[in-house]
Design a protein around this ligand. Structure first.
Ligand SMILES: [Zn+2]
Length: 373
């Protein structure tokens, strides 16, 4: 067993409830940040881009010219220059277009501020209970739906199109990862009957209460079809349906998060099929199930969590006929193409559960492709 420490960045998003005065200051800061970005972009256009360091030295002069810039969080203005610097670096890399001016209406309404510790030991950003202290704004109430773990790097304050305010707190977390050298290699067969089957023979089904809400949703939708469109009842039902949708989405997300965390933590190699989900969605019979199972979402989670927990996620060739091949002898049995066949016996005498066999093949294929014995 090897214990390793690994630092990761993570963001927590919450809604905040600034008072009238704070709202005005947030709006102003967003405006000033945009102004800085656009002003220096114009300068760069006139006589080529300098550097963040050069431009940030010009900030005090600019503040003398435009007094109102002094009213807002000065770190936010520096961060705006850093964003511009990033945009230019991206452009110089050749992969991105020349930076564009930020329009008042189209650009994301946000600014970013960074945490620092004063020589006295006090900090400019602090969290206490369900309040956050932000530069210039002082204490703002927020909907703290979960505990924030780790050290705060920076905070982005944003305003939605509907006028709601949010913060995204970026933290640095130190994770202790345990790498198991001998065990923890799994092939994962993503399925329809079970959400997932592992090469260890574990069948993992979708959470039971998910189907309860799916039934509820189906009933409500039937009901909706009978109501007159636009009527009060119709609107009521629409609202109810939206609520059930959210509930289903949350249950599924929670399930996928827990499962992907467990699998990436416990294993050092995971092999999945590189499914062409888009291609499969064209098949309407499977479409509902596939989108329901949320394979895409799950794969994405596995992708980033495998990095957190030092696990290799390997995507095996998607044309590899994993269910039809006997994992014992390698013989191919085309009859298994029929999805209704759940178990089968090979010529060599081995009896297979369809999905366990598929995941065993995936594991073997993945190891072969990576050159692991
Ligand atoms: Zn066989």
């Amino acid at each position: 067993m090897i214990k390793k420490f690994k630092a990761i960045n993570k963001a927590y998003k919450f809604r905040i409830y600034p008072n009238q005065e704070q709202q005005e200051l947030i709006d102003k800061t967003i405006g000033c940040s945009r102004f800085i970005y656009n002003d220096f972009l114009a300068k760069a256009k006139d006589n080529e881009y300098k550097s963040y360091t050069k431009y940030s030295r010009q900030l005090p002069q600019l503040k003398k010219e435009y007094e109102w810039l002094k009213e807002v969080d000065s770190i936010a203005l520096q961060q705006s220059l850093k964003d511009l610097d990033r945009a230019f670096k991206n452009f110089f890399s050749g992969k991105y277009n020349y930076p564009k001016f930020k329009s008042k209406r189209k650009a994301r309404q946000s600014y970013r501020t960074q945490k620092f510790i004063r020589p006295s030991g006090s900090t400019n950003i602090e969290i206490k209970d369900n309040c956050i202290k932000l530069p210039k704004l002082s204490w703002v109430k927020f909907a703290k739906s979960k505990e924030i773990k780790g050290k705060i790097n920076n905070v982005t304050v944003s305003k939605s199109k509907t006028g709601k305010y949010y913060i995204s707190i970026n933290v640095r977390q130190i994770l202790k990862t345990i790498v198991n050298n001998n065990q923890g290699e799994l092939g994962l067969d993503l399925g329809i009957k079970d959400f997932l089957t592992t090469s260890d023979g574990e069948h993992i089904s979708n959470p039971g209460h998910l189907s309860k809400y799916e039934d509820k949703l189906a009933k409500l939708q039937k009901k909706l079809a009978r109501k007159e469109e636009g009527s009060n009842n119709w609107h009521e039902l629409k609202k109810k349906i939206a609520k059930v949708h959210t509930k289903i989405k949350n249950i599924r997300k929670d399930f996928l998060h827990k499962l992907s965390t467990r699998l990436t933590k416990e294993n050092q190699l995971l092999v999945i099929e590189d499914l062409n989900v888009k291609g499969m969605l064209k098949n309407s019979k499977l479409a509902k199930h596939i989108s329901d199972c949320a394979w895409n979402m799950f794969t994405t989670m596995l992708e980033y969590k495998s990095k957190w927990y030092d696990c290799i996620l390997h995507k095996a060739d998607r044309f590899f006929a994993s269910s039809q091949t006997c994992s014992e002898c390698g013989n191919k049995n085309p009859k298994v193409k029929d999805l209704s066949i759940r178990s089968w016996t090979c010529k060599c005498g081995a009896t297979h559960d369809r999905d366990v066999n598929a995941s065993l093949n995936l594991l073997q294929q993945g190891k072969l492709e990576r050159g692991i014995n």
